[in-house]
Design a protein around this ligand. Structure first.
Ligand SMILES: [Zn+2]
Length: 277
């Protein structure tokens, strides 16, 4: 079964505002910019994935000009082009696109995207906003998953209220065939909501990027019961080591079957990656 990292950023430092780079600098002893420039190429990322034991990674675009910066869909599409192990997810900022459903169709059909990531806390909208409904209908029609940032964000200008997983309940009810992934699983004080939604709705999943993996059972005491709904993600390079996070999950007191599901099987199903039995 493959190991899949559902949450990876390939943005160049100049795509970000300085405060994002300053925060990332706190993870490494050497100069972050020097450290990251060599790694942030398709070849460099593939090497990081190989060394971490990761077979596939979802690479995220992000168009958040008032909070973190802009990593365009075009950049991410080109970064992933021709590299089988990199799976591009588009971003649509509903305040910057007049016809978001058409933009999603363009991203999928012309640029090769295989999923959508939305960033309500960084782009200041509620996930159940009517303006987004054509996007959800289009994603459902195209058969691609939609991942939402949920829970806290460190970066100035982002607003926590938009990250409440509860707003995804409307989306899950209105689009029962849409795969909804809660990035960060309600990080902060909504872990219970994220887990409850994942149990309530067959189409809602939890992704655990940016959470300390050794604490997952503290946040989600019923993790084993949610085995089919939990997806591993790292948030690299916003975490120091993908491999260490994978090892921490392997060390949790969970069944082997559950660990295999979290580390790749669930993501493979969502992404349509064929697995050999
Ligand atoms: Zn992230």
């Amino acid at each position: 079964m493959p190991v899949i990292d559902f949450h990876l950023h390939a943005a160049q430092p100049e795509h970000y505002y300085p405060w994002v780079v300053e925060w990332m600098q706190t993870f490494v002893e050497e100069d972050f910019l020097k450290h990251i420039r060599d790694l942030l190429t398709p070849e460099g990322v593939q090497q990081v994935l190989r060394e971490s034991g990761v077979d596939y990674a979802v690479v995220l675009a992000e168009i958040s000009p008032i909070t973190t910066g802009v990593t365009t869909n075009e950049y991410v599409a080109e970064f992933c082009q021709g590299v089988d192990c990199l799976i591009p997810f588009a971003n649509i900022n509903p305040f910057m696109v007049a016809r978001p459903a058409q933009e999603l169709e363009r991203c999928v059909h012309e640029l090769g995207f295989r999923g959508l990531k939305l960033l309500p806390t960084y782009q200041l909208f509620y996930p159940n906003d009517n303006n987004l409904y054509p996007v959800y209908a289009k994603a459902e029609e195209l058969g691609i998953p939609v991942m939402f940032h949920t829970g806290s964000s460190l970066f100035r200008g982002s607003r926590l209220k938009y990250g409440d997983p509860l707003y995804l309940d409307d989306v899950a009810v209105d689009f029962p065939n849409l795969v909804i992934v809660q990035a960060h699983s309600g990080r902060g004080f909504w872990y219970d909501r994220a887990a409850f939604l994942a149990r309530l709705h067959s189409n809602v999943y939890m992704e655990v990027a940016g959470l300390p993996p050794h604490k997952l059972l503290d946040y989600f005491p019923e993790l084993e019961r949610l085995a089919d709904k939990v997806i591993f993600g790292s948030d690299w390079p916003g975490v120091p080591s993908i491999g260490a996070n994978i090892e921490a999950i392997r060390a949790l007191p969970l069944s082997e079957e559950t660990k295999v599901k979290i580390l790749g099987e669930n993501a493979a199903r969502i992404l349509g990656i064929e697995t050999k039995e």
